[in-house]
Design a protein around this ligand. Sequence first.
Ligand SMILES: Cc1cc2nc3c(=O)[nH]c(=O)nc-3n(C[C@H](O)[C@H](O)[C@H](O)COP(=O)(O)OP(=O)(O)OC[C@H]3O[C@@H](n4cnc5c(N)ncnc54)[C@H](O)[C@@H]3O)c2cc1C
Length: 254
Amino acid sequence: MSQVNQNVQLLRYTPAPEETVSMAARLCYSSSTIDEIAQGVQKKDQAKYLERLIEMGHLSCIEHASFTFGIEGVSRSLLAQLTRHRLASFSVQSQRYVGKVSHDGETFDYIIPPSIQALGDAAVKRFQDQMSQMQEWYNQWVDALGGEGEHSFEDARFVLPNAAGTRIIMTMNARELHHFFSMRCCNRAQWEIRAMAWTMLEQVNRAAPHLFVGVGPGCLRGSCPEGKKSCGQAEAIRMRYQEMLKRIEADNHA
Ligand SMILES: Cc1cc2nc3c(=O)[nH]c(=O)nc-3n(C[C@H](O)[C@H](O)[C@H](O)COP(=O)(O)OP(=O)(O)OC[C@H]3O[C@@H](n4cnc5c(N)ncnc54)[C@H](O)[C@@H]3O)c2cc1C
C-alpha cells in the first residue's frame, strides 16, 4: 500500500530576511545612500523596528522576504485549495509525466483522512481497497491508451481520486504568508491545509520571528473575525500559538 504522511519543509528563504526588509523600510524614510543604509542596518537590532513597521501596516516592505517550501504527502484536494492563493509561485509534480502503473498490489501515493482512520481498521481497509481498485482502473486505461508515457498518463489519470498524493515546491513572500496564515491556520480551514499552514507558521517563526509577530488566525489578534461561523475555540488556539513560541524559544536555547 502507498499511504503517505504530510512532510512540509522550509527549503530556502531570502538571506538575512529581517535585515533585507529593514533596509527597504529605512530607505523610505531616510536621505541616506544605499551603502549607508546597508551598513547602518547590519549594526542595529531589527526587532523593534520591524514590529513597529508591521503594526503600522507598511506591509509592502515585507514583500522583499520570500520563503520556499517543499511539500509532499499531501492530496490533490489540498493542491486545489493551495493554488487558489494567487500571490504565490508553484511547481507541482506532473501526473502527465510521472505516472505509476503497478500490478503488484502497490498503488499511487494517497492520503487517508484522519476521520476515516478514526473509524477503525475495517474502514481503513475499505478505503485502501478502493484505492487499489482505482489503481486497477488506472492501469487498464494506461494499457488502452498506448501502454506508457505522457499520452497514456494524461487521460488515464482522470480516474484517480482527490486522495492521490502530490509534491509541490511553493514560494510566498512574507506579506502573502501573513494573509495565508490568517485564512488557513483558522479552525474554519480544512484539516489538511490547516495542518500544513501551522507547520509553515512554526518554520517561518524560527527563520524570521520579527516578520511574523502575532501572525496566524484572526483570533490571535482580537475577537474571531468569523462571526456566527466562529469555532468558539479562540482560547485553545491562542494556547496552541503560545506553545509553538515556547517550543521555538526552548530550541533556540538548547
Ligand atoms: C474556510 C475557507 C472556505 C473556503 N471555501 C471556498 C468555497 O467554497 N469556494 C471557493 O471557490 N473558494 C473557497 N475558499 C477559497 C477562498 O475563496 C480564496 O480563493 C482563497 O482562500 C484565496 O484567498 P484570497 O483570494 O484572499 O487570497 P490570495 O489569492 O492569496 O491573494 C491575497 C490577497 O491579494 C489580493 N488580491 C489577489 N488577487 C486579486 C485580484 N485579482 N483582485 C483584487 N485583489 C486581489 C486580495 O486582497 C487577496 O486577499 C475557501 C477558503 C477558506 C479559508
